[in-house]
Ligand binder design. Sequence first.
Ligand SMILES: Cc1cc2nc3c(=O)[nH]c(=O)nc-3n(C[C@H](O)[C@H](O)[C@H](O)COP(=O)(O)OP(=O)(O)OC[C@H]3O[C@@H](n4cnc5c(N)ncnc54)[C@H](O)[C@@H]3O)c2cc1C
Length: 381
Amino acid sequence: MPAALTTLSDDERIFRDSVYEFADREIRPHVREMDEAAQMPRPLIDRLFELGVMGIEVPESAGGAGGTFFHAVLAVEAVSRVDPSIGVLVDVQNTLVINALLKWGSDELRQRCLPRLADRSVGAYALSEAGSGSDAFALTTRATQTSDGFLITGRKLWITNANEADLLIVFANLNPEAGYRGITAFVIERGTPGLTVGKKEDKLGIRASSTCELLFEDCRIPQQNVLGEVGKGYKVAIETLNEGRIGIGAQMVGLAQGALDHAIHYVRERKQFGKTIAEFQGVQFQIARAASDIEAARLLVYNAARLRETGQPFVTEAAMCKLFSSEVAERVASLAVNLYGGYGFVKDYPVEKLYRDAKIGQIYEGTTNLQLQTIAKHLLG
Ligand SMILES: Cc1cc2nc3c(=O)[nH]c(=O)nc-3n(C[C@H](O)[C@H](O)[C@H](O)COP(=O)(O)OP(=O)(O)OC[C@H]3O[C@@H](n4cnc5c(N)ncnc54)[C@H](O)[C@@H]3O)c2cc1C
């Protein structure tokens, strides 16, 4: 009989529990200060590398953890239960950057980049621009062919991890006349002349995660840094993001679980009318509904991840998991604020941050409307 979706192998369970224990012990004490400073301390990032969560799918022979896509999803969920900002760092590194390199990278590019990504280098994934978000293929960053490679010129916006990243996957159009068929993916190293990290955004939520502008001015890239084929960058982008959004689903499930953990703890302590507020049936029902929502979201996320892992169609399921879990995260974080009462509204308590953090789930890696579009297209053609 097939196992329940939430049944984990021993290996998966031990991995998830160890990541959560690490997050609880080493990330939790810094969450508020990182949020207020809008900074992620490098020593903490180094600890994530040591733990093996920055190179989950990188083969052991290349210094990685030799894990699976499902392990990556579990890690993002476990970290996000404590801090969704660190969750998105782990998510972009694994489900976008390493995932794209594993699938599309030449042998040379994989040998050059994967050991670094598993050991010390943060990655970033640069598709969006000021004028092209949902309409991602309207990007205007240009690549021009030279005798030994390419020159990249343009401006990217909203790039997660840009402040910390050593290796960037950047999408540029090599042949604008061909429309989206001119889009090509490149690997660009930090320190390449012509590449500047621009303005860092001052955000509502996931504030410790850096989101920056990237400027490219005649940035010279060697021929061998093309990721996948020339003119096939649109395929790299679509396919990677289809998978990556399962990671965002996991981030949102982790966030919702974290908010519910706090709420359960609080309602058992807080007394009004001479009893704990957990004793009021009205409160119990709200908690029960939130737990049911989270379980449903987790099932969608795990199902999409297992489908992807076993080579079955998963694009609609990935859109559904991201759509649903981001809404659940907002709802549960909002309930947690409500259950904390006035204390939920102030920064001395952890839930207002999760409420702010939840909002991004409905925006990045395809907005809610774009997920609905994907699902509707599957149903209606
Ligand atoms: C914190 C943060 C981190 C990010 N990290 C990255 C990153 O690492 N790499 C990267 O490349 N990008 C990143 N992004 C960009 C993100 O993916 C885009 O913001 C997102 O895709 C939406 O694009 P947009 O902001 O241009 O909004 P728009 O596309 O302008 O959308 C605005 C509104 O219009 C709606 N809309 C647009 N088109 C349609 C349509 N056809 N039908 C119905 N409704 C529609 C949208 O749903 C939305 O509600 C990040 C953004 C943020 C805020």
